[in-house]
Design a protein around this ligand. Sequence first.
Ligand code: GLN
Length: 339
Amino acid sequence: MDVEVGDVAQQAYTGALPQWSEVESLVEAAHRRCKAETAGVVADYIPVLAEADPDWFAVCVAEADGSVHTAGDIDVEFSIQSISKAFVYALVCEAHGHDVVARRIGVNNTGLPFNSVIAIELNDGHPMNPMVNAGAIATTALVPGDTRDEQWNSIVFGLSEFAGRTLEVDHAVYRSESETNQRNRAIARLLESYGRIDPDPLTVVDVYTRQCALRVTARDLAVMGATLAHGGVNPVTGRRVVSAGVCRDTLAILAANGAYERSGEWLFDIGLPGKSGVAGGLVTVAPGKAGIGTFSPPLDAAGNSVRGQRATAYLSRVLGLNIFASQAHTPFAQRKDHP
Ligand code: GLN
């Protein structure tokens, strides 16, 4: 249902970002303050991920006007993993529309881990939401294209448009996960048995595994997030990737499901839609304002980067980004310098 809201919708209801130089120094501060955090464990269920350096740490904010602020290991590439789910979902929504995708994939949190089989059984074979593996595999099955190659090309092209540069597969990660993804293959077969996916399930899992192996940096994640924050137009390239309505739908899904069974705590602490990946990436979106990308491999028990969450919580607070705030954040002077 569309509601006429007039001019209110044009305003960033929690105020504007601080000045460019303040954002710059707060990104540095987020990195400095969270660097010493040592909690969390690097994922090893995909064997090659265990080789990650636990000290890697990068923070990036990409503003909706295209300004980018970085700190730390910003050039280190890592596999996007589950963060791809958010952007593939947006592409599928763009292709099939709000209602079809909501009905077939769902929007509700399972309250269970990302790779839960029980969640499928408890819900009559329904994949529940596109941010858990069952829903993500069912979403990848809906990517436009008649063949595996056509679907793959749609994904690489679409995610590269979100990032503003051509993304490439990390072949070591793809191989390592392909050799050990029996569980995802089982999930896809289970969905097939319930009539929830049409194409060959193992072909879909292969495309899904490749999408998870795309290499990104924290900067890429921030720009991808900023594209969702900016109504679907990449603020760096100026090119439209998806519609504003698709961004709104995707952000609602992220708010409810982006940190799996910890999504409630995430929303309570950070107050923004976000999505984590098991290689240590994290993307967070402040609608109308900015995307935040972080990278740090040690994870909490649900599979979310520990340092990434801390840095994002800090930035949400000091930049005044929490979407549940009803007043503009005032500690900073109104933004005026813009190089
Ligand atoms: N490729 C991973 C998997 O399917 C993604 C999981 C994640 O990042 N949480 O298991």
